[in-house]
Design a protein around this ligand. Structure first.
Ligand code: ZN
Ligand code: FE
Length: 240
């Protein structure tokens, strides 16, 4: 039932995620936005690749799919609702579906807001949430509105506290600078911002984070109302 997860840095600040079901050795990569680093990683790992899991249709999450799928003969899973603008899907998934990676189950959560057909894969120990929830931030509202993002963040916040949050980007340091303008007195946020600065100085990924950590320090997940989330999101859009 356990999975092993490793981050694969792609492009300038994306993460693809390598996931192995430990009971069967069946492997997946989430959001291969670039082929070369993923091919390199999987070859070094010697794991083969059974599945490619997609959270949403943006190029920085799918540009490597064709090459990676061809190299390993991997099948592709993504949102049924976005099948028309994703690479051809072998598993077309909808909210509430279970996706089985060998012996490990992921529940599919609809997470609209950043894009309309955005989904998250919630395994027992890890959630792969693409560009919906970032550490100390959330995705831009490119196709959805604040009400949709509010619902998506609430669905992710309802996962167990210890769930590891595997998001699509290394945005945490700039998110921390903005978050501190929203909640300058939040002790959990101040501590997290310090930790993140130290991690980035030595080039260490700041993710995965946990649901508990985000509920304590992320102003978007803590907004409390759609109106407040809209206000914070708009402020972040123009923050430099
Ligand atoms: Zn995106
Ligand atoms: Fe992205």
């Amino acid at each position: 039932m356990t999975i092993t997860v490793k981050a694969i840095p792609c492009l300038s600040d994306n993460y693809a995620w390598w996931v192995r079901d430990d009971s069967t050795g069946i492997c997946a990569v989430v959001d291969p936005g670039e082929a070369a680093p993923v091919l390199d990683f999987v070859h070094k790992e010697g794991s083969g690749l059974d599945w490619i899991l997609l959270t949403h249709h943006h190029g920085d999450h799918i540009a490597g799919v064709a090459e990676v799928a061809r190299e390993f003969g991997a099948k592709i899973a993504g949102a049924a609702a976005d099948a028309h603008r994703l690479p051809a899907l072998d598993a077309a998934l909808s909210a509430g579906d279970d996706f089985l990676l060998g012996g490990a189950n992921a529940r599919i959560i609809d997470t609209p807001g950043h894009t309309r057909g955005h989904i998250a894969f919630a395994f027992a120990s890890h959630v792969f949430c693409g560009d919906t929830l970032f550490s100390l931030g959330c995705g831009r509202l490119l196709e959805g509105d604040a009400a949709e993002m509010f619902g998506s963040l609430a669905a992710l916040a309802a996962l167990p506290d210890a769930t590891l949050v595997c998001c699509g980007h290394e945005y945490t340091e700039s998110n921390a600078r903005f978050a501190l303008t929203v909640e300058p007195q939040n002790a959990a946020l101040i501590a997290r911002a310090d930790e993140v600065r130290a991690q980035r100085v030595v080039g260490v990924p700041t993710v995965p984070t946990t649901i508990a950590q985000e509920k304590a320090a992320n102003p978007f997940i803590r907004a409390g109302s759609v109106a407040r989330l809209a206000e914070i999101r708009a402020a972040k859009d123009s923050f430099r």
